[in-house]
Design a binder for this molecule. Structure first.
Ligand code: HEM
Length: 135
């Protein structure tokens, strides 16, 4: 009897959680954009930009990269990257919203979240350089 071999899947599923969360950030970011346009109040412009760019664009790209290169996507560095990104970004978005509305006392929280977000990007870079290899 002839054996039927299944073709290997082209992509790993490791990036799915990144891409689904990226879509959540996109909906929130776009929601803020629509609210700004409708109210003609653009105070939250930097919040909108950071949620869309760090949340949607960077997360979705990381998810796609991790799906194509699962050695990088399944590494410890990817887990550290994931948590640094997804803890720092919501804190940053809330702290930045408060700051642009006049709450200067939030600056230390904002600074801490920004440092954590930057660390997440450094871990991402380290992961790419150390773990992106030919299969
Ligand atoms: C339906 C979708 C969107 C709506 C309704 C929207 C709306 C807006 C509005 C009203 C502004 C302020 C414009 C001004 O001050 O003149 C803005 C700025 C901006 N948006 Fe969006 N936006 C959308 C999607 C996106 C996406 C997907 C991204 C990035 C991936 C993005 C990135 C930015 C950036 C970088 C700025 C400039 C922020 C700044 O100047 O501080 N937007 N958007």
């Amino acid at each position: 009897m002839q054996q039927v071999t299944q073709p290997a899947p082209a992509f790993s599923s490791v990036g799915i959680i990144w891409i689904k969360l990226a879509i959540v950030y996109l909906m929130i970011g776009v929601g803020i954009g629509i609210a700004m346009g409708a109210s003609e109040n653009f105070t939250l412009r930097p919040v909108h930009a950071h949620i869309n760019l760090l949340g949607w664009a960077t997360m979705a790209l990381a998810g796609l990269i991790y799906s194509v290169f699962p050695q990088a996507g399944m590494s410890k560095l990817a887990k550290v990257h994931f948590w640094l990104n997804n803890i720092s970004l919501p804190v940053m978005a809330i702290a930045l919203s408060l700051l642009v509305n006049g709450h200067r006392e939030i600056v230390p929280v904002l600074a801490a979240s920004e440092i954590a977000a930057a660390l997440g990007i450094i871990v991402f870079a380290a992961n790419i350089f150390l773990n992106l290899k030919k299969a």
